[in-house]
Each structure stands twice: as structure tokens, then as C-alpha cells.
Design a binder for this molecule. Structure first.
Ligand code: ACO
Length: 435
């Protein structure tokens, strides 16, 4: 037996089959068991995909034990320090950092695709004023497919590229429109003279009755830098729940707008992107540092469903490198925007307490990216129910990159998991008067 294979034996029949070990550039080797059912008549059971690689990908690498995150091989801390969100989006989508001219063309194309079709504006009117912005975003992004059906030939690389660019470009415009609908402000058009994050801040907060220049606070360079950083940190995270949802939906050949809408829906849950909103609600509920032990006890109690939001991660069993970067940025942003937020002090105290607690140490539960991201968003005046929408803007870069990668593979197959059936055996239909 070769050392780059794994032997699987059926103890009932004694039959043995050797399966190849696939080796990636970095990370765990992966047993290719795709013929297991044909060979031995077994499925594998891995609820939650804890040990299952669903695809090959060259985009993002995570080493959860050592707290490493690489986009196309480049460490996240280097990108956080030197890059901008659009440069990172280019890197994720195209595999290499852009040259100056490439970045210029990419930025210009994104800027020019930022407008929404006028008819889309009326979609927002169908939502009640207090609709959750994520509910609006799922609906509006899905409906984009109705506007671009002449460029939805998924076998055409140019159609795929333009769809990805449109999604990335329009996301901030849709996000800002969701917010403005909820507060009853008129929608604002994107501007070609503003950078991606500045444009978003302007579309969020500018009022027609004031000149943009009067709103300097909202495009404070510190705020724009912090927003760029948050978008970079959230841009991709390999096969997380929402990206896997995008891939699964795309595997059917569905159009990219519908697939990204599916990703947005998956992101919304509090175990995933909804955690940043849940962290702030939790901190507000805890209120003061003296109540921390009470909440830690709740998190430890197996009979209490409460979990410490912003703690724990499927892959990181060490510090989430993104949380380390964000924690530092919290100090800078809060200091520079002179916004002394007691919730930040409370978050620091909670983090310190949890990191010394036996339960959290034993289960390797560390703060994740969302433990601190909400505090920065709050300092930037982004309302709490927009936090997951902000995450969606960033993750669109990752979603479209995975979609492009998958659609370019000539052999991609429909994603169709099997199951361990535990329902009743075959039985007869009973007429209603005899049940
Ligand atoms: N608070 C208390 N206990 C926790 C927490 C937490 N935040 N997270 C995990 N645990 C415990 C679980 O109860 C479980 O205990 P057990 O072994 O006694 O059953 C153990 O740690 C392992 O947890 P799992 O849920 O099996 O781990 P999984 O990898 O499935 O879940 C998840 C990861 C969903 C992130 C989880 O840690 C969690 O719910 N955290 C809070 C929500 C959150 O912050 N989500 C954001 C994730 S990052 C992102 O999506 C951007």
C-alpha cells in the first residue's frame, strides 16, 4: 500500500479498497472517497462538514490552529496594513495583485457599475419601513437577475465577469438604499468621483438638503480607513456556510444574482454573519462589567441555549487573526473619532474574563472577527441592524471569486449530498377515516 493512500476496510465482508490522498499546497491531506459508494456501498456521515472538503480552491487558506489566514497566499495582516478593499477584491477574483493600470481600470469599472436600474428603486417601496435591511437585501439582490438576462450565459467568461463586477459594484448602493428606506430618506445616486468606501458613506448619510462637504464627519479619513479594513477582513473565508451556499446554488447552473442572494440569506444567521449584530445586543443586555460572571455561567451551562456571541469558530482553535487586527483598530478608531464607547470597555472586560475561564480554555473558544467589528461599525454611525449588511458587502468579493473559480472549472458537477435515512420503513397509506 502506498503512503499517499488510505485503506478502507468493510469489516462485515473483509473487502478492502485503497483511496488516494490528495495533497494541496498547504493544509491537511484529503482522502478522495468519491467512489466509496460504488466500491463498498457506503456513504460517509459528516454532519456539519467537520472533516469534509467540498471542493478544490486556490483562493483562501486558513490554518485554524496557528491563527493564519491567507488570501491568494498573502497574509491578512499585510493586506490589512497596505491594501484597499477593491485591491483585495481584485486579488481574490483574479489571483494576483493588480498592477497600477489594472487597479485603475478595475476601480473605474466598479465605479461605473454602481448605479441601480431606476425600476429597482420601486422594489424598496414594497417593504414596510421597519423591514430588516437583510430582508430587503436578499430580495433586491435576487431581483437583479431580472435586469440583466441578456448577459446570463454562464458558459461565456465575459458574461460571468460582468455579472461578478455588477454584484460587487452595486452592493454598497443597495445596502445604502436599504438603510435610507428604513429611515425614510430619499435614495442617493453613487458618485464617480468618490472611492468605494467614501461613496458608500456618502450614499448612507448625505442629505439632499446639505452639501456633501458639510458631512465631513462621515467621510473622515479615519472612518474610511476603518471601513476599508473591515471590508478587507470580511472579504473571504474559504468554504464558510454562505460561500458553500453560493457554490451549491451555483452548481445547478442558477444565475449569479440568485446564488449571491442565497449566500446573503445564509449569512444572516446569528451563528454566521448575524453574530456581529448579536454581539452588540448581548453587550447591551449584559450592561455592566459586574454582570459578566452571570453571563459566563449561562454560556457554560449545558441546559442554557445562551452562547457568548463573537466567541468560538469552526476552524480557529486559536485567536482569529482578524479579531487581533480589529481589536487594535477599535482603540485607534474610538480614540480618533473621540467616541468613548462604554461597550468597548465592557467587551474588553468580557474577553479578559472568558479567556481565563476554564470552559473557554478547554474548548479553545477565542474571540472571532465579529466580537469587535460591531463596535467599529457603531463608531462609524452604522446602525446595528445594518451590521450584517456590511458583512455582505465585503463577502460579495469572496462569493463572486468562488463563483468565478467554480464556473471556470470544466468538470464542476451539481452538488448533491446523500443522507443517512432514519425515517419509517415502507408502509401503506391509511385512508383518513381509519387513522
Ligand atoms: N459560547 C459558549 N459555548 C460555546 C460557544 C460559545 N460562543 N461556541 C461553542 N461553544 C461550545 C459548544 O456548546 C460545544 O460544547 P460541547 O462540546 O459541550 O457540546 C463546543 O463549544 C463546540 O461548539 P460547536 O457548536 O460544536 O462548534 P461549531 O464549530 O459547530 O460552531 C460556532 C462554531 C457556530 C461559531 C460557535 O462557536 C458559535 O455558535 N459561536 C457564537 C456565534 C458566533 O460568534 N458566530 C460567528 C462565527 S464567525 C463568522 O461567521 C464570521
Amino acid at each position: 500500500m502506498s503512503d499517499d493512500s488510505v485503506l478502507i476496510r468493510n469489516n462485515a465482508t473483509g473487502q478492502e479498497v485503497e483511496y488516494p490522498l490528495l495533497k494541496g499546497t498547504l493544509g491537511n491531506h484529503t482522502v478522495d472517497i468519491s467512489s466509496l459508494n460504488k466500491d463498498l456501498g457506503f456513504f460517509t456521515y459528516d454532519s456539519g462538514f467537520v472533516s469534509t472538503a467540498s471542493c478544490k480552491s486556490a483562493i483562501t487558506y486558513i490554518d485554524g490552529d496557528n491563527g493564519i489566514l491567507l488570501y491568494r497566499g498573502i497574509p491578512i495582516d499585510q493586506l490589512a496594513e497596505h491594501s484597499s478593499f477593491l485591491e483585495v477584491a481584485y486579488l481574490l477574483m483574479n489571483g494576483e495583485l493588480p498592477k497600477e493600470q489594472q487597479l485603475h481600470s478595475f476601480t473605474s469599472e466598479i465605479t461605473h457599475h454602481a448605479m441601480l436600474h431606476e425600476s429597482l428603486r420601486s422594489f424598496f417601496d414594497g417593504f414596510h419601513y421597519d423591514a430588516h435591511p437583510m430582508a430587503m437585501m436578499v430580495g433586491v439582490v435576487g431581483s437583479l437577475s431580472a435586469f440583466y438576462h441578456s448577459e446570463l450565459n454562464m458558459n461565456d467568461p465575459e458574461h460571468r465577469r460582468i455579472s461578478a463586477m455588477r454584484l460587487l459594484a452595486k452592493m454598497p448602493t443597495i445596502a445604502a438604499a436599504c438603510y435610507r428606506h428604513s429611515v425614510g430618506w430619499p435614495f442617493l445616486y453613487p458618485r464617480v468621483d468618490l472611492e468605494y468606501c467614501e461613496n458608500f458613506m456618502n450614499m448612507m448619510f448625505s442629505l439632499p438638503s446639505q452639501k456633501f462637504i458639510d458631512l465631513a464627519h462621515y467621510i473622515d479619513p479615519v472612518a474610511v480607513k476603518a471601513l476599508n479594513l473591515l471590508l478587507i477582513l470580511h472579504a473571504d473565508h474559504e468554504q464558510n456556510a454562505s460561500t458553500s451556499t453560493v457554490r451549491l446554488a451555483s452548481s445547478t447552473g442558477a444565475n449569479p444574482y440568485a446564488c449571491i442572494a442565497a449566500g446573503i440569506a445564509a449569512l444572516w444567521g446569528p451563528a454566521h454573519g448575524g453574530a456581529n449584530e448579536a454581539v452588540l445586543s448581548m453587550l447591551a443586555e449584559i450592561g455592566t462589567a459586574d454582570r459578566i460572571p452571570e453571563y459566563i455561567a449561562k454560556a457554560r451551562d449545558p441546559n442554557d441555549p445562551f452562547r457568548l456571541m463573537g466567541f468560538g469558530h469552526r476552524v480557529y482553535k486559536n485567536f482569529d487573526p482578524r479579531a487581533t487586527i480589529i481589536r487594535k483598530t477599535c482603540y485607534d478608531v474610538l480614540e480618533k473619532l473621540s467616541n468613548d464607547d462604554p461597550l468597548f470597555e465592557l467587551a474588553l472586560a468580557l474577553e479578559e474574563y472568558a479567556l481565563q475561564d476554564e470552559y473557554f480554555i478547554e474548548k479553545k473558544l477565542y474571540p472571532n472577527v465579529d466580537f469587535y467589528s460591531g463596535i467599529i461599525y457603531k463608531a462609524l454611525n452604522i446602525p446595528v441592524d445594518m451590521f450584517t449588511v456590511m458583512f455582505a458587502i465585503a463577502r460579495t468579493a469572496g462569493w463572486v471569486s468562488h463563483w468565478l473559480e467554480m464556473m471556470a472549472e470544466p468538470t464542476h458537477r451539481i452538488g448533491r449530498p446523500r443522507q443517512l435515512y432514519v425515517g419509517p420503513e415502507q408502509r401503506d397509506y391509511v385512508p383518513i377515516d381509519r387513522r
